[in-house]
Ligand binder design. Structure first.
Ligand code: HEC
Ligand code: HEC
Length: 470
């Protein structure tokens, strides 16, 4: 997939640069893939190398219908390409046929948010790899070999003969939403913005010249050309911006407000970075995280949520850059004093006495009111909780430590209790508990989970599972 071109790549034409930078900035989507099959003889270096017709264009509904008529709105899975993403062929068998590689962040948005693929949907694949836990596919594959894309390769190779495919099966009259059907009959609704993202991954104005000509002749007003309007001065892309827009914006939104196009499918929702409230920190409550804190969340992901572990797909340098980039979404990172981590001592030896004292503290400190007597997360006050953004949130099930998002080492849990989880209802206990008491409580919390992670018993694939041949 081509990068959104930086100004230096298109210096000969500042106007083209403006047009592409606008489109890229608005949708976080790259211009069509330079490697793609050059359908209809259009080269991606042409001056109309972008799809300028957009969902707010009066011709959009007619355009989508035109594209559907020509069987452009179909795709088939080709496979996984380490270091690049997931390859698809669009409009197979037509003169527009093109191969496109989705960056992993977008592919994950599709697989684990829109499609809700879980390990239980692929019992055969995981049977020889330790079984299934009822968790999302990205989390399960990351467990096999953290930091390596190899499990993804194996997974996609195992799908190789299924020829997964999809097509747009219905379009709302105003073109503002479409139903996409997969082989098994499963249907996912796409917003117009989502459809644009897909279409613009392989179509440019050159490819749709036939449509544009008829519509201009039939008296439709020409849309204002982005190139002819004064746009923002092209500025050098900030470090991490391209990575953010390709890998993160689908969930976190191009402006970092958590409103990406996959966000509606995610529970919990993706974080709004403009609020600068981070939960997995080493710093006191109310303070910003350190770069290392954010790095950890991006590299290792947040278990039990839709936040993937990017260490298998991005280099350490890319992760550092994207961490720098997301700090631009809140002025607090410039204004506030540099965050200072709380001390994180080595854990003392665990003992039966400590666990017993921890059990008492669990009651006395009010953990039961939210997490419940047995830790299942079913306490009375825990039922109608909301995050600071007003999203419903449930207390963590403490009997399943594998789903602790900040990790389940004694030190990680100690840190959560000390720092609190800002923006959720999980407060900091650094004033209420001494260091020694905190360790007692940590050891008790870790005792609430069984020795071994329980396997999911129901392995019937759910409706979002593998789609058959089409
Ligand atoms: C498939 C959707 C998805 C993608 C792609 C994604 N995220 Fe997230 N992210 C989430 C969700 C969901 C949460 C919230 C999890 C929670 O509240 O427990 C989150 C939370 C976070 C957090 C919050 C950590 C904290 O301390 O509160 C950071 C930082 C983050 N994401 C960074 C990124 C970066 C950087 C990228 C791109 C490299 C990215 N995310 C891509 C879904 C996504
Ligand atoms: C007011 C309700 C409330 C109380 C009281 C409360 N918690 Fe929580 N706790 C939560 C919520 C909500 C979450 C989930 C936050 C999230 O998902 O972002 C949570 C998350 C956690 C986590 C998971 C951390 C992770 O990495 O995922 C642990 C461990 C935890 N709480 C332990 C405790 C302990 C021990 C106490 C008592 C000292 C306590 N909680 C008191 C609401 C509460």
């Amino acid at each position: 997939m081509a990068e959104c071109p930086g100004p230096e790549m298109v210096r000969p034409s500042v106007l083209l640069c403006l047009a592409l930078v606008c489109v890229c900035a608005a949708f976080g989507q790259a211009a069509p893939d330079a490697d793609a099959v050059r359908a209809r003889g259009c080269a991606s270096s042409d001056s109309d190398a972008a799809l300028t017709i957009r969902p707010d264009d009066p011709r959009w509904p007619a355009f989508v219908a035109w594209a559907e008529d020509r069987r452009l709105l179909t795709w088939r899975l080709l496979g996984f390409r380490a270091g690049a993403g997931v390859s698809l062929v669009w409009a197979a068998g037509t003169e527009w046929e093109a191969q496109v590689t989705l960056p992993m962040g977008q592919a994950l948005g599709h697989l684990i948010a829109e499609r809700n693929w879980r390990d239980v949907d692929f019992p055969e694949f995981f049977a020889e790899r330790g079984g299934v836990y009822g968790i999302n596919l990205a989390e399960r594959l990351a467990m096999l070999d953290p930091g390596s894309p190899a499990p993804w390769q194996a997974f996609f190779d195992s799908l190789a003969d299924t020829r997964l495919s999809a097509r747009v099966s219905a379009i709302a009259p105003d073109g503002q939403s479409a139903e996409v059907s997969f082989g098994s009959g499963r249907v996912v609704t796409y917003s117009a913005e989502r459809l644009w993202l897909d279409l613009s991954s392989f179509l440019t104005d050159c490819h749709i010249a036939e449509f544009l000509q008829t519509h201009d002749q039939s008296g439709q007003p020409d849309p204002p050309s982005p190139a002819s309007e004064p746009g923002p001065e092209p500025t050098a892309a900030a470090p991490g911006q391209a990575v953010y827009e390709r890998q993160c914006s689908g969930c976190h939104g191009i402006r970092g407000d958590g409103q990406g196009m996959f966000a509606a499918h995610l529970s919990p929702r993706s974080r709004d970075f403009t609020q600068a409230r981070f939960r997995y920190r080493s710093t006191p409550t109310g303070q910003l995280p350190t770069d290392e804190d954010v790095y950890r969340s991006v590299a290792h992901g947040l278990a039990g949520s839709g936040m993937p572990a990017f260490q298998a797909f991005l280099s350490p340098a890319d992760i550092r850059d994207v961490v720098t980039y997301i700090k631009r979404f809140s002025a607090r990172f410039e204004r506030d004093p540099a965050p200072r981590p709380l001390a994180l001592p080595d854990p003392p030896a665990v003992s039966a006495e400590r666990i017993a004292r921890g059990a008492q503290l669990y009651e006395d400190s009010g953990c039961t009111s939210c997490h419940g007597d047995t830790g299942k997360g079913d306490g009375r006050s825990g039922q109608d909780l909301k995050t600071s953004e007003g999203e419903p949130i449930t207390p963590r099930d403490l009997t399943d430590k594998w789903r602790f998002r900040g990790g389940f080492s004694a030190q990680a849990v100690f840190q959560r209790l000390m720092t609190g989880m800002d923006g959720s209802s999980m407060a900091s206990y650094s004033d209420a508990l001494t260091e020694d008491q905190t360790w007692d409580l940590v050891f008790y919390v870790l005792e609430l989970s069984p020795q071994d992670r329980p396997q999911a018993r129901d392995t019937t694939p759910h409706s979002g599972g593998l789609d058959g041949n089409t």
